[in-house]
Design a protein around this ligand. Structure first.
Ligand code: CP
Length: 307
């Protein structure tokens, strides 16, 4: 089975059936990471390049591990030490990398649409690992995978995404994904951090306790100071008091609610340490599942032969 597309650029363009295929394929790959020898020969002979123009811990490492567990050759380009620093454009960089005949380029860039531009110019597959405030599709897929694995379904669930919605590519991809899968998505955050007109797509609340009281899933987001052009809240302390998720706010929610966070976590700002490390938190489970989801993406885009 393959995805009938060359690239993975966003969740918005995926159908419900494609998301289901990715999630079920990821489920079949998850046990590879539990084996003593964590490797299958599925993508032997394939070459994958990680081209990250923005910092990353989880996504870059997860794509690299996923490629290696499938026996592909993974190459990481450190942009800080590349010719991008000498003024080479993204397109030229990508064309030069493609001249070495990779099968897939995984790209993260601060500009929305950068992976889409590359996908038009390159013959190799392009996977969007985060483009500006636009989309982060593999993150949303691993989030949906984690919720489905824990709760057994996505349809009919109440998902609350809270924090800096306007600057969050994770929020945008998850909004599209969970809605396509039949979940109800409510956004919560300061009005200054809500995209204009978003009420026509999702429920919007500005009171945290009211937003989370019936939630099955609460996804907390980091405040993305690096993307904010002006101060959008009075102080970090004030933000944390009103929107930070702590045990006191969580007391008013369902007893079996689950907590997600894409990372990196700002402990004590959007989430307290006791909630981040508490029994409802699936933050590290998300990271674990990211490898299986990215293995599934490589498999479905590059067409390996499964064991
Ligand atoms: N979730 C996520 O994208 O984390 P990194 O920035 O560490 O890749």
């Amino acid at each position: 089975m393959r995805l009938n597309r060359k690239d993975l650029l966003g969740i918005e363009e995926l159908s419900k059936e494609e998301i289901e295929l990715i999630l079920s394929t990821a489920a079949s790959f998850k046990e590879v990471s539990e084996r003593e020898i964590k490797k299958v020969p599925t993508l032997r002979g394939k070459t994958i390049i990680n081209l990250f123009y923005e910092a990353s811990t989880r996504t870059r490492t997860s794509f690299e591990i996923a490629a290696k567990r499938m026996s592909a050759d993974a190459v990481n380009i450190s942009v800080a030490a590349s010719s991008a620093k000498k003024g080479e454009t993204l397109k030229d960089t990508a064309k030069n990398l493609e001249a070495m005949n990779p099968d897939c380029i995984v790209v993260r860039h601060s500009s929305a649409g950068a992976p889409h531009m590359l996908a038009r110019y390159l013959k190799s597959s392009v996977i969007n690992a985060g483009d500006g405030a636009h989309e982060h599709p593999s993150q949303a897929l691993l989030d949906m995978f984690t919720v489905k694995e824990r709760l057994g379904r996505l349809e009919g669930l109440r998902i609350v995404i809270a924090g800096d919605i306007a600057h969050s590519r994770v929020a945008r991809s998850n909004m599209h994904g969970f809605k396509k899968m039949g979940a109800e998505v409510t956004l919560c955050g300061p009005p200054t951090m809500m995209p204009k007109g978003i009420e026509s797509i999702c429920g919007v609340k500005s009171d945290m306790k009211d937003a989370i009281k019936d939630a099955d899933v609460i996804m907390m987001l980091r405040i993305q100071l690096e993307r904010q052009k002006e101060a959008l809240f009075p102080s970090v302390r004030e933000y944390s008091r009103v929107y930070g998720l702590d045990n006191e706010k969580l007391n008013g929610s369902k007893k079996d609610v689950i907590i997600l966070h894409p990372g990196p976590v700002n402990r004590g700002v959007e989430i307290s340490p006791e909630v981040a490390d508490g029994p409802w938190s699936l933050i590290l489970e998300q990271v674990k599942n990211g490898v299986a989801v990215r293995m599934a993406l490589f498999y479905l885009l590059l067409g390996g032969v499964k064991e």
